[in-house]
Write a protein that binds this ligand. Structure first.
Ligand code: SAM
Length: 352
């Protein structure tokens, strides 16, 4: 039963955060997301006797006609914001490969009620796009950076891009996109030897750095529990090297547990969806590039808003459909349990 305009689910959670994927395409081929290289196959064969059952779906790019236009995205965001969404994050695939994405950002920045407009990007194209994005009204940016070693960076992403990403981080700070966040997915045997170096980098550059556990959302279907470095282990290693102070937060829906460095420069956060799930406070919703709504990263169904958007439905009808979808949001994910089923679409299609 729906009692208000808000996007509330049947477990008492109200949605405040909308991730908007603007494309399913990406210019990187990260081992844990959309691997393509021989190195990926080699790594997983050695580490986990995989790639066992690669999903073809991630690489079947959606035809342009199925991808939402900027007008359609803006309309969904307006309706969602009118229904209580406050934070909007533009993501992908790689959002910067979508032509004119800064025009979408400008449209979203104009929506009253958006208190936080952010983007997640691999940073490769940010040196060319950063200023325009800032001018368009982008408030914050999160970069993905899993390695500070050029060879390992290339092994992980399939691209020779470390220098561009480092330049992007500097530029974002220069542009005042504060705080600049940087995310690293930690995978055992791949980049876990860099945990301390990445944290040192966060401190040196005064960044908000997030270590994220590897989730079973890879197109290679190579995820194995043994490849996950639990958040607890990451923290213990960092505490052995740095003096860290817990950062208290009243925001229960925050995904990261955070620590600041004793000298006050930079902070680290640990996002541990596998070993310490935080579903009970999840207030996130995702709109995929092809107009589907995902109520959980691990949803097995994705209701499609396109027929309504393209079939002349009123805003009120779309809002009611959204409310109905949200009402059925999954209580929690089931990673590691016998009934866990990996979703067909991968992080690159879902929008991280
Ligand atoms: N292309 C952009 C980027 O690289 O930041 C945005 C999309 S990417 C799918 C969003 C985030 O998802 C990135 O930080 C990436 O590292 C993370 N990610 C992708 N696959 C993942 C997985 N299997 N487990 C954990 N995080 C993952």
């Amino acid at each position: 039963m729906i009692r208000s305009n808000l996007l509330a689910d049947s477990h008492g959670r109200v949605m405040r955060d909308l991730r908007v994927s603007v494309t399913d395409r990406c210019n990187f081929r990260c081992l844990y997301c959309l691997p393509e290289t021989e190195e990926a196959a080699d790594f997983y064969r050695v580490k986990s006797n995989a790639l066992r059952n690669p999903s073809p779906i991630a690489r079947e790019w959606k035809p342009r006609s199925q991808i939402l236009s900027f007008e359609e995205i803006e309309r969904v965001v307006r309706i969602a914001v009118d229904s209580g969404i406050q934070k909007v994050r533009v993501t992908g695939g790689e959002p910067l490969v979508r032509q004119g994405v800064e025009m979408l950002v400008a449209r979203l920045a104009d929506i009253r009620g958006v208190t936080d407009l952010a983007m997640t990007t691999n940073g490769f194209l940010f040196p060319q796009k950063g200023r325009a994005l800032r001018q368009a009204g982008l408030q914050r940016v999160s970069f993905s950076l899993d390695s500070l070693d050029p060879a390992n960076f290339k092994k992980i992403t399939g691209r020779d891009g470390l220098r561009s990403v480092l330049a992007s981080i500097d530029l974002a700070q220069e542009l005042g996109l504060h705080p600049v966040k940087v995310n690293a997915v930690v995978i055992r045997g791949l980049n876990d030897h860099e945990i301390e170096a990445l944290a040192g980098f966060a401190r040196q550059k005064n960044l908000s750095f997030r270590f994220i556990e590897f989730m079973p959302l890879d197109s290679g279907r190579a995820w194995q529990k043994e490849l996950v470095v639990p958040g607890r282990e990451i923290l213990q290693r960092l505490q052995a090297r740095f003096e860290l102070r817990p950062v208290r937060s009243s925001n229960l829906s925050e995904t990261a547990k955070r620590w600041s460095f004793a000298d006050g420069r930079g902070e680290i956060g640990i996002i541990a969806p596998v070993s310490e799930p935080f579903c009970g406070h999840c207030n996130r919703l995702r709109l995929t590039a092809d107009g589907k709504i995902r109520t959980c990263l691990f949803s097995l169904t994705e209701p499609d808003l396109k027929p309504l958007l393209r079939g002349g439905a009123s805003d009120e009808t779309i809002r009611e459909r959204l409310q109905e979808i949200v009402w059925h949001k999954e209580e929690r994910h089931h990673i590691g349990e016998p009934d866990f089923v990996q979703p067909e679409r991968t992080m690159s299609c879902i929008g991280g």
